[in-house]
Design a protein around this ligand. Sequence first.
Ligand SMILES: [Zn+2]
Length: 239
Amino acid sequence: MIMALLIMAAKLVHKVLDGFYWIVAREGMLPDSNIFLVKDGDHFVLFDAGIQHFFKDTVAAIEELGLKLKQMDRLILTHTHLDHSGSTPEFKGRLKDLEVWVSEEEGVLLEKGDDTIVLGSMLGQTLPPIPVAKKLHDGDVIKVGAYSFQVLLTPGHSAGSLCFFEPQHKLLISGDVVFRHGSFGRVDFPTGSGMLLKRSIERLAELPVDMLLPGHMGIAMKDGQREISLSLQFARQVL
Ligand SMILES: [Zn+2]
């Protein structure tokens, strides 16, 4: 009899701050996104869901932190592109009280099952209509445990792209608006706009950011503002 060795393929997880973790995107043949897990008392919140294909790996990563999936009570999406939202139906299917929070602009489409921004049909998984518990607006404040995030509507990569700025810890969850090393989100998908992205990055460049936590590639633990300034410089050249 052949014994099959099953290797748990959890994603890599790094601690960012106390009660704040980075579940690293499994980028490769399939698109996936970074996920940020923030503890909130006995519960926890995820910023972005990652792609459905890696849902089990995401759950394994959560369990590696000593948490149970049932402790998750909120899923907050930076935007609804499939690489960030694809696992949402899996989470919702297992957690009937899970609240999904997303921008007003993209929430109304998510609730209708409108694929315009999700790009599901392009990436091979269409999302069913998903109820949105809270539609977020610029200026909203989200409390999660010891952290208090300011919601910034930063369109350009998609119409309802959000960034979350935590002023006390000088930390920015930047979705696909800006990445490290002067990189920024593409603007050629539906509802994208180079002009709006430039304006959004200009706004982010004003913030006193130390830690930059983007939706793809690595995070910066310091000098986030310098990374954003570099992105702005390149965006001004090409957009
Ligand atoms: Zn995106």
